[in-house]
Design a protein around this ligand. Structure first.
Ligand code: F6P
Length: 372
């Protein structure tokens, strides 16, 4: 295999803190290995015609990127294998991507993303494109790795909101429902709920029962909230619900009927449904907050910076070694972390969800072993 001299890096799917540190790690290590790195804008979209001029990334350019949240290269949910023309016809534009990779003289692409972005990478790899993947998603639902960039920062962000929600909920005496992202995986909801000490945590991996929630609320709050009150009892409750959670007798709630280029609907709305049900079926007041995209916002946490730098640097080595079609994978999280490469195609088509038997108390709707 010819030694790679020039590579492109792109970030696809939802943005996540940790991507810019990963790019810095890649560029720094690549510069030591004599590899030139071009930044490709807006995920796979930049590789479609008309070709967007890439950004030459050198050490000076990315020196401060470790502190930046989001992605300085921009992102999109473009699927070149499934675009829609102006006439509404589905078109496979992947040949344009392959041609443009050649046109830019790229020996390899480093794709930072989750299941979708890496799925494109794997299919391009089958067409002879040299790719290396870096795992990223606040959902932490990618198989084959213990860590995906963005998770730790999102955990921090959500935990802070849970914490801040206590004062209004306590002052007014209501049940605060907080809806957290994560698609069909409950990692973000579960661990932020534990860190923020929510009373109940509802995750997609275990459909919940409304009656059980009401029962827990009664246990905690008594028959009413407000004055006069029993000073021993809390005046409020916080429930964290994952956007992908659903009731045993209910269904997934989506924002609307639209689907993205990878066939995903936008999940969202279960928090409001739950708050309304609590208000109509119990004596308690309830409010819901859908945290939305700011969960992914802000500067990367120390863990996301470290993991990003390590992932990026490891990807540069993979390129130098001609280890293509592979994803950088972490066993453990820094500082107790080992990196290796796994085949991208081996991690696709399965999602990493919460191990309910190990972590989730299906009676208490909480972390096993931590009674609230
Ligand atoms: O995959 C990351 C994520 O933030 C999910 O948790 C969420 O369901 C989805 O992206 C939101 O999609 P979008 O950023 O396209 O609104």
């Amino acid at each position: 295999m010819a030694e790679a001299q020039r590579i492109g890096v792109l970030t696809g799917g939802g943005d996540a803190p940790g991507l810019n540190p990963a790019i810095k790690g890649l560029v720094y290590r690549a510069s030591e290995l004599g590899i030139e790195v071009l930044g490709l804008y807006d995920g796979w979209r930049s590789m479609l015609d008309p070709l967007t001029e890439p950004l030459l990334l050198d050490r000076g350019k990315v020196r401060r990127w470790d502190r930046d949240g989001g992605t300085n290269l921009g992102s999109s949910r473009t699927n070149p294998f499934r675009t829609v023309s102006e006439e509404g016809v589905r078109v496979d534009r992947s040949p344009e991507v392959v041609a443009n990779i050649e046109k830019l003289g790229l020996d390899a692409i480093v794709a930072c993303g989750g299941e979708d972005t890496l799925g494109v990478a794997a299919r391009l790899s089958e067409r002879g494109v040299s790719v290396v993947g870096i795992p990223k998603t606040i959902d932490k639902d990618l198989a084959g790795t213990d860590y995906t960039l963005g998770f730790d920062t999102a955990l921090r962000n959500v935990t802070e909101v849970i914490e801040r929600s206590r004062t209004p909920a306590g002052s007014h005496g209501w049940v605060q429902v907080i809806e957290v992202m994560g698609r069909h995986a409950g990692h973000l909801a579960l661990w932020s709920g534990v860190a923020g000490q929510a009373d109940l945590i509802l995750i997609p991996e275990h459909p919940f029962r409304y009656e059980k929630i009401y029962h827990h609320l009664k246990d905690r709050l008594g028959d009413t909230i407000g004055y006069p009150r029993d000073s021993e009892r809390p005046r409020y409750s916080v429930i964290v619900v994952a956007e992908g959670a659903y009731a045993e007798d209910g269904e997934l709630i989506t924002v609307d009927d639209r689907h993205d280029a990878f066939g995903h609907a936008r999940l969202g709305g279960i928090g409001e449904v739950l708050a309304r049900r609590i208000m109509s079926e119990t004596p308690y007041e309830a409010r819901s907050a859908m945290l939305g995209h700011p969960q992914r916002g802000g500067t990367p946490s120390p863990t996301d910076r470290i993991m990003g730098l390590m992932f990026g640097s490891f990807a540069a080595d993979a390129v130098a070694n001609g280890d293509f079609g592979k994803l950088v994978s972490a066993r453990g999280v820094a500082p107790a972390c080992d990196l290796s490469l796994v085949s991208i195609s081996s991690v696709l088509g399965q999602i990493n969800t919460v191990d309910v038997d190990r972590y989730y108390d299906t009676e208490r709707y909480h972390l096993k072993g931590i009674g609230m």
